[in-house]
Design a protein around this ligand. Structure first.
Ligand code: AMP
Length: 145
């Protein structure tokens, strides 16, 4: 069961990738107070995951193109979350957001937990759904003994 997120102040949040993870996150954040959420995905069909009540903006484009990020007003973003299904894309966009546009809070999806060290060295915060799921599965299994 996922608890509803509590965000203290309204933030301008860019989500890269509107897949199963990014789309879910976009819907959640859009419902939390009056965050401004922009979602970028190179596949227009991905935006069908967004609720009818989603109040943000969508951009159909490849987030690896700097012009796309500029168009999303990345220089004004409080948070950038990269959630595509490619770790390399996630790390590259996260780096661009941090180093070129000076975004204060950048979080990247990391599918392959063995790459965690690389991200750490680049000072990029990561979340690995793979590792989180494994930990939760283990917890449930151990509790069921
Ligand atoms: P999922 O694996 O379901 O979380 O989906 C990942 C999403 O990331 C898909 O909707 C892809 O179209 C999207 N995606 C992958 N690469 C890029 C990219 N370079 N720019 C924007 N979106 C991307």
């Amino acid at each position: 069961m996922i608890k509803r997120m509590v965000v203290n102040k309204d933030q301008y949040i860019i989500i890269v990738g509107c897949g199963r993870l990014g789309g879910y996150l976009a819907n959640e954040l859009s419902e939390s107070s009056s965050n401004s959420v922009v979602v970028i995905d190179k596949n227009a069909d991905a935006f069908e995951r967004l609720n009818v009540s989603f109040s943000g903006f969508t951009i159909e484009a490849d987030a690896l193109e700097t012009d796309v990020l500029i168009n999303a007003k990345i220089n004004k973003a409080d948070v950038v979350v990269t959630t595509t299904n490619h770790d390399n894309v996630n790390i590259m966009v996260a780096q661009i957001a941090k180093s070129i546009f000076g975004v204060g809070h950048v979080i990247a999806r990391l599918t392959d937990p063995s790459k965690e060290k690389v991200y750490e060295e680049l000072n990029i915060e990561t979340i690995s759904p793979t590792a989180l799921s494994a930990i939760e599965f283990k917890r449930i299994i151990m509790e069921g003994r």
